[in-house]
Design a protein around this ligand. Structure first.
Ligand code: FAD
Ligand code: PHB
Length: 395
């Protein structure tokens, strides 16, 4: 069977779903092909911090109703080191901006519901997706659904299929330059049935390694600790995890980390990656398919949303006027933000993790940097404006 559409979207993560939603609002047709099931993508535990701009976009485009009710709106974070805790007041430092804590899979649920309510097409469990004719008159995507081979013919393809998807590898060799940085550590993350121990997120630097206190609801804590990239989860019974977290969050003053049953455990590796350019002929890469950031700056999901805003504007211009002027500059426009976000994510990661290779000089320098960020208004403001999300630049 052959289906026709204007924009074929591969992947129903935040990038693909938001792009489809924005295109719908502009009167542009799209079809999403997603390898996993609806249940799977709606329960996949991933990011949890939404920048101010992401919050505003969800609200402005009519998919922020549950976020408004259930999101936890934060005006700052704490940085904890040397037995002391220091608040970075985003609201005061950025002229009123903040972030929302709202799980990525809740954003996905809201976007899927909005697309399906508007009769949007999402093909779940689409197998063996293949891209063809990228530099021909029409791009073609073939896939299998329930054992049947199908074809989607489109004007353009948006590759929103994450780091391990098929889109990026479909670009001919030699077109893309990859920039990559690996980190010698990972995060052991847990979701626990425990009341959050603080109103805001706590990023802790400790001799034993980094730890992060986050949350998902007034009853559920999300906690992370720095571990080895090849850490064996079976060596981490619940009690060991709590003991380690208690140590890393220790304060000179009285403070208590709430414990409770652990609902989920995982190890997430860390890497920085950028593919340049983010476009080849009729294929546009967006989100994790084009770039990955380490999670310390909480930027992955937000960067995916920033990409598709530009892409949706480019398609809008094309379908309204026939001009590809903006689409031609898509990669260049996105990469300016991508590299600034890479810089910030790398900096937060370097600032807060324990580097086993550090000599005593480097250790002292790192502590001085933490001291500087928490004692200089200029330095704190730099952190704050990046964390809440850099403003969109005109294009
Ligand atoms: P994705 O969300 O990865 O969506 C891609 C979609 O494409 C998926 O639904 C996938 O099933 C589908 N797909 C893949 N291949 C194919 C194919 N061949 N055919 C069809 N469909 C396909 N960021 C943070 O800021 N904080 C965090 O704590 C954090 N934790 C993370 C934990 C994990 C395990 C991972 C993988 C990422 C995490 N991230 C985190 C990053 C953040 O979740 C991503 O940046 C975000 O999901 C990017 O959205 P996306 O839509 O580009 O890609
Ligand atoms: C999360 O809540 O999962 C989270 C929060 C902040 C980060 C990364 C992850 O920097």
């Amino acid at each position: 069977m052959k289906i026709r559409t204007q924009v074929g979207i591969i992947g129903a993560g935040p990038a693909g779903l938001m792009l489809s939603h924005l295109l719908y609002l502009q009167g542009v047709e799209s079809v999403i092909l997603e390898a996993a099931s609806r249940e799977h993508i709606e329960s996949r535990i991933r990011a949890g911090v939404l920048e101010q701009g992401t919050v505003d976009l969800l609200m402005e485009t009519g998919v922020g109703e549950r976020l408004r009710r259930e999101g936890m709106f934060h005006e700052g974070i704490e940085l904890r080191f040397g037995g002391q805790t220091h608040r970075i007041d985003f609201c005061e430092l950025t002229g009123g901006k903040g972030v929302a804590i709202y799980a990525q899979h809740e954003v996905v649920k809201d976007l899927v519901a909005a697309r399906l309510t508007a009769n949007g097409q999402i093909v779940f469990e689409a197998a063996n997706v293949q891209l063809r004719g990228l530099d021909g008159a029409r791009a073609e995507i073939s896939f299998e659904k329930d054992g049947l081979l199908q074809e989607l013919s489109c004007d353009f393809i948006a590759g929103c299929d994450g780091f391990h998807g098929v889109s990026r590898p479909s670009i001919p060799e030699g077109v893309i330059t990859s920039y990559e940085q690996a980190y010698p550590f990972a995060w052991l993350g847990i979701l626990a049935q425990a009341r959050p121990s603080s109103v805001e997120l706590i990023y802790a630097y400790h001799d034993r390694g980094f730890a992060l206190h986050s949350m998902r609801s007034p009853q559920i804590s999300r906690l992370y600790l720095q571990c080895a990239p090849d850490e064996d989860l079976s060596a981490w019974p619940d009690e060991r995890i709590w003991t380690e977290l208690q140590r890393r969050f220790t304060l000179a003053a009285d403070w208590n980390l709430n414990e409770g049953p652990i609902l989920q455990k995982s190890v997430t590796g860390m890497r920085s990656f950028v593919a340049e350019p983010m476009q080849f002929a009729k294929l546009f890469l967006a989100g994790d398919s084009a770039h990955i950031v380490p999670p310390t700056g909480a930027k992955g999901l937000n960067l995916a949303i920033a990409d598709v805003r530009v892409l949706a504007d480019g398609f809008k211009q094309f379908y309204e006027s026939g001009s590809t002027e903006l689409l031609n500059r898509y990669s260049e426009i996105c990469l300016r933000r991508v590299w600034k976000v890479q810089r910030f994510s790398w900096w937060m990661t370097s600032l807060l993790h324990r580097h086993v290779s550090n000599n005593p000089f480097e250790e002292r320098r790192q502590l001085a940097e933490l001291d500087y960020v928490t004692s200089s208004r200029a330095a704190a403001q730099t952190l704050a404006e990046n964390y809440v999300g850099l403003p969109r630049e005109p294009y």
